[in-house]
Ligand binder design. Structure first.
Ligand code: ADP
Length: 402
């Protein structure tokens, strides 16, 4: 079965075509700047050079059409015709409380995803556009929705409710939902495999540290707490997001700086985090470089980030009554031995320590804790597209032409 994995953002479409026999990526690519000047498609067939096509891409439907044309192109395509696509898997950001697992998209499911737009106004509408575009262009091909939030639907009420009047939960669904679910689930499963065990026997803390960053406590295979909340703004400080703050700061800013709700939202989402603290960059590579050249605020931003991660790890050990493995993934988690070392420095009391030699190895799923550590530490590259393809395959196996 060949699965077309689609991830629609407000002005972008990321895609992969994966042959599930051997889970081989046949092609991948990206459309940028939909509806803007300078829109383009970057398409990379496996083992070949990237092709860039500049074109006017006014909306997601035209974008998906261009991707299909690239996939079937006689020169750089990888399938003969659209018939070569057996199923489509969509990354959907918000599934609310309704979607606890990936599902086959029907008109009723699509309505449910649209209904979640109220709690994810930035993310779900482009996801819906992607589904509609594929439905129009590939009528009979089954489509599956894979939700960022679904894995976290096992979080108990005690961990997902905020200290607000209960009616705010009933009326508006104000609660912790959590994000990056496919990533947390994937790396926890990989870690269990590498330990020769099942997730159902382990307590794992997964640290997804990228531009957006979140940490999850996975007890016996189930997410029991996670750092992102009602939106992906809560929790750790991130590239440009504040993470958790005292909510009283919001009315204070609105009054003192004469800010509108929209402006505060922008302040917390785009101008804060390590960018806001350092005044240098939202990219940890730039911060490490600046800190090495003596920039104090860059050093401070790095220190605050590592401190927060460490604090979350400690709190999730408490929440689960122990921990068997800690996993690092995503851009920073996978690529920064320095940050991993900084975070884990001081966790010896848990029965773990990083092996500096193993920590320095690049780009490979591996254990990086010292031999005989009671708590294992892993670096595992995440692969959200593969999880989407696997779920799509699992759900469509019985119903496609194969
Ligand atoms: P996104 O949330 O956008 O998917 P990624 O998972 O790609 O983010 O992570 C991007 C972040 O990872 C960058 O902002 C950068 O700070 C960090 N990063 C990537 N490579 C390195 C590296 N070699 N050293 C330190 N940080 C890195």
């Amino acid at each position: 079965m060949v699965v077309f994995v689609v991830n629609c953002g407000s002005s972008s479409i990321k895609y992969q075509l994966i042959n599930m026999e051997g889970e081989i990526v046949m092609a991948k690519g990206l459309i940028e700047r939909i509806g803007m000047e300078g829109s383009l498609l970057k398409h990379t067939p496996a083992g070949k050079d990237t092709v860039t096509v500049e074109a006017d891409i006014p909306d997601h439907k035209v974008g998906i059409q261009m991707v299909i044309e690239a996939l079937t192109n006689s020169e750089y395509g990888v399938i003969g015709s659209m018939k070569g696509i057996d199923a489509v898997g969509h990354r959907i950001v918000h599934g609310g409380e309704r979607f606890t697992d990936s599902v086959l998209i029907t008109s009723d499911v699509l309505k449910g995803i649209e209904a979640c737009s109220e709690i994810a106004p930035l993310h779900n509408p482009p996801n819906v556009l992607g589904i509609r575009a594929c439905t129009e262009l590939m009528q009979d091909v089954p489509q599956v929705a894979v939700f960022d939030t679904a894995f976290h639907q096992t979080i108990p009420r005690v961990a997902f409710l905020y200290g607000l009047p209960y009616e705010s939960y009933v009326k508006y669904g104000l609660r912790r939902y959590g994000f990056h679910g496919t990533s947390h689930k994937y790396v926890a499963q990989k870690a269990a495999e590498m330990m020769g065990e099942h997730t159902s026997d382990l307590r794992i803390i997964t640290c997804h540290l990228g531009n957006g960053a979140s940490i999850t406590a996975i007890k016996y295979g189930k997410s029991v707490d996670t750092s992102m909340g009602y939106t992906p703004l809560e929790g750790l400080i991130m590239g440009t997001r504040s993470g958790e703050i005292d909510p009283a700061i919001i009315p204070f800013l609105m009054e003192k700086e004469n800010m509108t709700a929209q402006e505060v939202d922008n302040y917390l989402n785009k101008q804060s985090g390590i960018l806001g603290i350092s005044g240098v960059s939202s990219d940890f590579r730039d911060l490490e470089e600046a800190a090495n050249s003596g920039d104090e605020r860059s050093q401070l931003a790095i220190d605050i980030f590592a401190y927060k991660v460490k604090k979350y790890i400690g709190s999730y050990v408490a929440a689960m009554g122990g921990v068997d493995a800690i996993v690092f993934t995503a851009g920073l988690g996978e690529n920064s031995p320095f940050m991993r070392d900084k975070i884990c420095n001081g966790l010896e009391y848990l029965g773990t320590r990083i092996d500096p030699v193993l920590n320095a190895v690049r780009r490979k799923a591996r254990e990086i804790s010292i031999r005989r550590a009671r708590v294992k530490i892993f670096v595992i590259p995440t692969n959200e597209e593969l999880v989407i393809a696997q779920d799509t395959y699992r759900i469509c196996r019985g119903i496609t032409k194969l």
